[in-house]
Ligand binder design. Structure first.
Ligand code: FAD
Length: 397
């Protein structure tokens, strides 16, 4: 055993104790590791693959206040549960929040919502209502972002939401806690009165609490731990990636002609690393992605081309290249596969199982987990001779 300051190096055949072990290095695990470390917990995180590995890097990076859940024309439990999140994240970006994200520039400071001429019907008066003051604001033509100034005709609104580059977010979250992150899958653990014992290739680690934050992997890990009280659901998406030479980014929900209370297209733009004309790719979600789960890739691409002709008719995409990405959202099981409104954290003995259910809800997840943890008991961190997970890259790279 080597003691370097307050870090102890774990070696084979010895038992080491920490307050918390986190399984999973997506937004849930990384957010919690930052919060717990700042509060003095001795906490370690194990990621089976790459940091941000599944949903987090595949997400659209929108930190939103839930207005897209109110497109039926009324505020709902879902829209209100998440309303405070953008401000909590903005405080973090200023270095004044519960997690320090200072120095992380948003991809876009705002998110927009639009529909072609007269296509909004009664939503027009709903968006102008007092209850939504401060959350949505009509944009005048002279203030249009460049992509809309190029030929859009209709109503454009600015939401109090913003967009993050998820790979940069994952890297920023890992930065202050990198000594506590290791690449290793958590496959099994033994719970007893002494704590939760993990065997990491011959190194024995005992923690007071094990946090299962492994996204879709939490289902398998819960089964291995004998936990059957927290069933998981998967809600699949079939996202579309568009590579084109249009030089301006778009961050907007298209509501033109919607028939269900869901954006027709949810568009985010992401840097390709190239310069000038191929600078941005568009990543498309919304109704296109939820309804597209039963389409083949070819059908989904054909459908996306048609949707873009309706939603962004002023941009010529004939030469654009399309690809698709299938990814499941992992959540606690709900009646009829409905979307959960809040983050979720449930304690079963010494194990806490959690799903943020939205990137935006990471602060809510932090609150819920902290409320269920005993105070820290160990001050040392443990260094283990295991590799570090490779850096995060978005799925389209
Ligand atoms: C296409 C898509 C778009 C989305 N867009 C948005 C959005 O714009 N805004 C928003 O708020 N939300 C969005 N979401 C939801 C959001 O992305 C997810 O709720 C969130 O990223 C889930 O994070 P997580 O940490 O729980 O899971 P993940 O990001 O999936 O991370 C889980 C990690 O656990 C690891 N792991 C698995 N098993 C083990 C194991 N046994 N041991 C150790 N590690 C393990 C995996 O490798 C993975 O890295 C989107 C989701 C999808 C799928």
């Amino acid at each position: 055993m080597t003691d370097t300051g307050n870090t102890i190096t774990a070696s084979h055949g010895r038992e080491h104790r920490v307050d918390i072990v986190i399984a999973g290095g997506g937004i849930a695990g990384l957010w919690l590791l930052n919060r717990l470390s700042a509060l003095g917990y001795s906490a370690l995180l194990f990621e089976a693959g790459r940091l941000g590995g599944e949903q987090t890097l595949a997400s659209q990076g929108m930190i939103h206040g839930g207005l897209k859940y109110a497109l039926g024309g009324a505020l709902t439990g879902a829209s209100e549960a998440i309303a405070a999140m953008p401000e909590r994240w903005r405080a973090c970006l200023r270095g004044e929040g519960e997690v320090d994200l200072s120095g992380l520039p948003p991809l876009s400071h705002y998110y927009y919502l639009y529909a072609a001429d007269n296509a909004l019907g009664s939503l027009t008066s709903f968006f102008a209502s007092r209850g939504l003051r401060g959350r949505i604001e009509r944009v005048q033509e002279r203030d249009y972002p460049q992509a809309f100034a190029d030929g859009f005709s209709g109503r454009l609104y600015r939401l109090n939401d913003f967009v993050l580059d998820t790979a940069a977010l994952v890297a920023r979250l890992a930065q202050p806690v990198r000594e506590r992150i290791f690449q290793h899958s958590v496959e099994h653990a033994e719970c007893s009165d002494e704590g939760v014992r993990l065997d990491l290739d011959g190194r024995s680690l005992v923690c007071t609490s094990l946090i299962v934050a492994a996204g879709t992997g939490s289902e398998r890990l819960c089964t291995a731990l004998g936990i059957d009280q927290v069933p998981m659901q998967r809600r699949p998406l079939h996202q579309v990636v568009v590579r084109h030479d249009y030089p301006h980014p778009i961050y907007a929900h298209c509501l033109t002609g919607i028939k269900t209370p869901e954006p027709r297209l949810t568009i985010t733009s992401h840097p390709t690393g190239r310069t000038q004309r191929n600078r941005w790719l568009w990543y498309l979600g919304g109704r296109l992605a939820t309804s597209g789960v039963d389409r083949t890739q070819a059908d989904q691409i054909a459908h996306a081309r048609d949707e873009l002709k309706v939603c962004i008719p002023w941009v010529d995409l004939d030469k654009a290249e399309f690809s698709t990405l299938r990814v499941d959202r992992a959540e606690p099981a709900q009646h009829r596969l409905l979307k959960p409104d809040n983050a979720y954290a449930k304690r079963v003995g010494q194990v806490l199982v959690c799903w943020p259910t939205k990137l935006s809800l990471a602060p809510d997840l932090g609150d819920r987990v902290l409320a269920q943890l005993p105070p820290p008991a160990y001050s040392d961190s443990v260094d283990i001779d295991l590799p570090r997970p490779p850096p995060a890259t978005p799925p389209w790279v």
